[in-house]
Design a protein around this ligand. Structure first.
Ligand SMILES: [Zn+2]
Length: 452
């Protein structure tokens, strides 16, 4: 080992002398030299890594226990190529074969986290980071330009989707453990005053097989998208100088899935419990008027205060004003302002009564019949005057922004068409990223499960 380090140090000194001779005042010369040095260092590192890996060929005697509990026989030493952050290395390791399972295995591969795959864990983490942020082709470019690692777009896609799938499985396991109380999350410290669960849904464009037989809003009645449901969990402790609620810094975490509402509910509930829902003084569920959101809130957190997002409600008031525009004439703007004030004050009964007022006796009441039930059924979730007095958020701006950032900026870009598994993988990675939980994906040797 020390001989290797000495060799490495000597080589570095040689490169530094070389670089010093080459660099002139010209910035272009410097750019060429720094990249040349990086390439040389990577080659050097690669050979160092290869020799380090060769120290232990992973021979554990003539037979080992295979993953299924059988005896697997030593066959011999086999070489495989593993791509790492330093380049491709040859890995020579002991190979065992289980006659009962009918396939081979290598304890060395398991130990290194490369069983059944040709990318090192370090490189996979880099790929996942890049592909979480930008489309696969762009991720490939960034990895080549910034990290000096050349891969095909297809490999970037496969690796990121496999790791996203593993992260999703781990999230499901965590959800099950929390809901079954096998894992009991510790109370947050310091304890925030309020915990919000803001819930929303948005469509992600899909390949035709994922939407076959489903009806959608398009002219031909066919669905082009599948809905992903998203929850943003955040806390609030203080008010600003003007008495408005302030979200606690870095307190937002996100979960999302294409699964139906009941499954999403489990994911959402486990995340809220992980964040301290069982300990918090005031729990609040924020959403638009969609009934599934309130069903889940009633199921999982009956004690929570339910609030319809004020901005969604305002849009509905605008819609009503537009419907009534012919009757209102020049009064339109003034009438709208009065209704918005009533909404802001949580006086939904007056708002609803005043919406019928402009209608002539034989008026087109059925127009309103589509719009006003929203206010009637949600009136008890629209007491904005009370919520404000209690220092609560009345808008789900956080989750809206979350939807836009987490889903829109990566999954709904022009021309994109996803499969459910592919979209789920990237969505899971993006939720982890936005929740500051990237490190937890890579702490586990989860990428060994594909070997099973
Ligand atoms: Zn076996």
């Amino acid at each position: 080992m020390s001989a290797l380090v000495a060799e490495f140090t000597g080589e570095l000194e040689r490169l530094t002398r070389l670089a010093t001779n080459c660099v002139d005042a010209d910035g272009e010369g410097l750019a060429a030299v720094e990249l040349a040095i990086r390439t040389a260092m990577m080659q050097l590192g690669c050979s160092l890594l290869e020799r380090l890996l060769a120290v232990d060929p992973g021979h554990h005697g003539p037979r080992i226990v295979c993953g299924a509990g059988h005896a697997a026989q030593f066959v011999g030493y086999r070489v495989k190529i593993v791509d790492t952050v330093l380049g491709s290395v040859q890995l020579r390791r002991a190979w065992y074969h289980c006659a009962e399972c009918g396939h081979g295995c290598s304890p060395r591969d398991d130990g290194l986290g490369v069983a059944g795959m040709s990318l090192s864990p370090g490189l996979r983490a880099m790929i996942a980071r890049a592909a979480t942020a930008v489309p696969f082709a762009k991720a490939r470019e960034l990895l080549a330009d910034l990290a000096g690692v050349e891969l095909t777009t297809k490999r970037v896609e496969r690796a990121a989707e496999a790791d996203g799938a593993a992260a999703e499985q781990a999230a499901r396991a965590e959800t099950a453990a929390i809901l079954a109380r096998r894992v009991v999350p510790l109370p947050p410290s310091p304890m925030p005053d309020k915990l919000y669960v803001a819930i929303d849904g948005t469509g992600v464009p899909m390949i035709p097989t994922e939407t076959a037989g489903r009806t959608g809003k398009a002219d031909d009645g066919r669905a082009r998208t599948r809905e992903t449901k998203l929850a943003c969990v955040f806390t609030q402790t203080r008010l600003d100088d003007d008495g408005r609620p302030m979200r606690d810094d870095d307190s937002a975490s996100h979960v999302a899935t294409f699964d139906p509402a009941p499954e999403f509910g489990r994911l959402m509930a486990a995340e809220a419990r992980r964040r301290g829902a069982n300990h918090i003084r005031q729990l609040i569920v924020l959403g638009d008027g969609a009934p599934w959101i309130w069903n889940l809130a009633n199921t999982w957190f009956p004690e929570a205060t339910q609030i319809v997002d004020l901005y969604h409600a305002r849009e509905h008031v605008h819609d009503i004003a537009n419907l009534l525009a012919p009757t209102l004439g020049e009064d339109h703007q003034g009438w709208l302002a009065e209704r918005l004030d009533e909404l802001d004050n949580g006086d939904i009964e007056t708002l609803v009564a005043n919406c019928y007022a402009p209608l002539p006796p034989n008026g087109k009441a059925h127009f309103l019949d589509k719009t006003l039930p929203y206010f009637k059924t949600n009136a008890h979730r629209m007491r904005y005057n009370v919520y404000r007095e209690l220092g609560m958020f009345v808008g789900s701006g956080t989750v809206e922004a979350g939807c836009k950032a987490i889903i829109g900026q990566r999954l709904k870009l022009s021309g994109m068409r996803w499969s459910i598994p592919g979209a789920t993988s990237i969505l899971t990675l993006r939720c982890h990223d936005a929740s500051g939980r990237n490190d937890q994906i890579w702490q586990r040797p989860h990428n060994q499960i594909t070997a099973a």
